[in-house]
Structure formats: C-alpha cells, structure tokens
Design a protein around this ligand. Structure first.
Ligand code: 48F
Length: 252
C-alpha cells in the first residue's frame, strides 16, 4: 500500500470538523474531563443525551491519574462501589468498605466507557466564558488551550447548550466566571482543608444547580459551597458525577 499524506491530512481535518460542527449545539456541555466530568458524561450519554466535554489538557482524567502523591492507587468507598462495577474497573477490598484500584486503569476504563456510551471529548480546549440570556446560562465559550497558554489575543467560539456542568475541579472555574461577571448571582466560598469524611459526604449535597442552567459537580461543588478537600478517595467524585447527570437529565 502506497501512503499519501494528503489522505491522512484530509481524513483528520474533515472528520474533526464534521463532529465539531455537529457539537456546536448540545444538550449538555461539561467543563473538565476529570472523574466527575467523565462520570457525568457517561451517565448522560447512556441516557441518550448529546454531551460534549471540553478539557483543557492533552490528557483526560484530571487529578485521578496520579493517585496519592504519585503512588498510582485510588480508594473508593462502599457507597460508590457499584460505579466501579458498572465501569468495569478492577478493585480489591483493602479494609472493610475501602476499595483499592489502580488510578491508571480507573482513568483508562472511565474514558473508554464514557466514549463508548456516546459522549464526545474535545481535549486541548478550555472553557473561558459562558453565554447568558434572560438570567440563564445557555452555552459555553471555548478556545484552544494553546491560545490560553500562549496568552495570544485570539477571540473564542461559542457552543450552545441546554445545561452546563462545571466539573473543573478545585478552582471551580466556570462558577468563578459567573460570580465575577454577574455580581450577586453566586458566591464561591472556597475550598477548606483536608477532611476526607466530611468532604466526601458534603460533595453529594453540594452537587446542585448553582445558577439557572449551571450545575456544579466534583471538587468544584465543595469549592463553591466551602466544603473540605478529601485527597485520593474518589467515590464522592463518581457519585457527584452521577448526581449531576441526573439533575441535568431532569432539565432536558
Ligand atoms: O481536578 P479534576 O480531577 O476534578 P474532579 O472531577 O476530581 C477531583 C479529583 O481529581 C481530586 C480530588 C479527589 O480527592 O479532589 O482533585 O472534581 O479534573 C478537572 C479537569 O477540568 C479541567 C482540568 O484540566 C482537569 O482535567 N479544567 C479545569 N478548568 C477547565 C478545564 C476549563 N476552564 N476548561 C476546560 N477544562
């Protein structure tokens, strides 16, 4: 077989552009492909929603890859074990109710199941703003991460979405944008010091719609509500993603 670079080039550009054009209007746009964002996308796509995740980095997985202090293991507690089973992530019980899994396998399986369920992941794209009409978020504003990293003065593009999920992690970036641009709309209280038990419990409670059309999930939910961080235990992230998906589905 004689290879032609022009076929390779056209295949990549044509296919990407077709998908990207199709995803300029979605049911749910998610900022961040960490564990909470991907779990949310998985459950949404499984129910037939058109869902796009925009991820700033080259790789998906957020803070899950590195386990605890680069020891590539994560803990998932009993309450979220059924999500490990659903995603086919292997684990073993370390101690009553504490399940141990490989962080690398967990990210790999989560990404693969999320994509297989039908979610689209756009990596290397950052959400830098939102669109608001009549006091409701109606879309996200995105740009290539390289534009952001290079501090280039390049205008972004917009994606219309019925619901937005902020799954951007510790910085709760999308909620902070809303807080900054629409004064008195929402208050980001900031993350509190490590407390796994309280952090994990409050995460689920704090996963909610914080502004019309904007749901916050994962660590961002605790950052908004002033809840503690919890370290390398990931059951709460997964349960939060699942709850965010249910909330979003109820609004579609
Ligand atoms: O930080 P991250 O993993 O968030 P999460 O799903 O999970 C938190 C845990 O990893 C860990 C923890 C558990 O104890 O606390 O930290 O809440 O993933 C967030 C992803 O969002 C991307 C970021 O690169 C990361 O992959 N991200 C952040 N801001 C943006 C973004 C943005 N503005 N646009 C696009 N992606």
């Amino acid at each position: 077989m004689k290879l032609d670079e022009m076929v390779i080039t056209k295949a990549i550009v044509e296919d990407f552009m077709n998908v990207f054009l199709d995803y300029t209007e979605v049911d749910v746009a998610i900022a961040g492909a960490g564990p909470s964002g991907m779990v949310a996308a998985y459950y949404l796509a499984k129910e037939g929603a058109k869902v796009a995740i925009f991820e700033r980095k080259l790789s998906v997985g957020g803070g899950m890859w590195g386990g605890g202090m680069m020891f590539p293991r994560i803990i998932v507690q009993e309450e979220a074990r059924y999500i490990l089973d659903e995603l086919g992530i292997n684990y073993r019980e370390y101690k009553d109710g504490y399940y141990l899994a490989s962080s690398v396998e967990a990210v790999g399986r989560l990404a693969s199941e999320t994509i297989a369920a039908g979610a689209q992941i756009f990596n290397l794209m950052s959400v830098e703003d939102v669109m608001i009409r009549d006091d409701r978020i109606v879309g996200v504003v995105i740009n290539w991460s390289s534009v952001e990293l290079g501090k280039l003065h390049v205008d972004p593009l917009s994606i219309r979405s019925k619901v937005i999920i902020d799954a951007s992690g510790h910085d709760a970036e999308i909620c902070r944008i809303v807080e900054r641009k629409i004064p008195a709309s929402l208050k980001v209280l900031g993350e509190k010091p490590m407390w796994a038990d309280v952090g994990e419990r409050s995460l689920l409670e704090n996963t909610k719609e914080v502004y019309p059309g904007l749901i916050v999930a994962g660590m961002a939910a605790n950052t908004v509500a002033g809840g503690p961080r919890m370290g390398p235990i990931f059951g709460g992230m997964m349960l939060s993603g699942e709850k965010a998906a249910k909330l979003a589905l109820s609004k579609l």
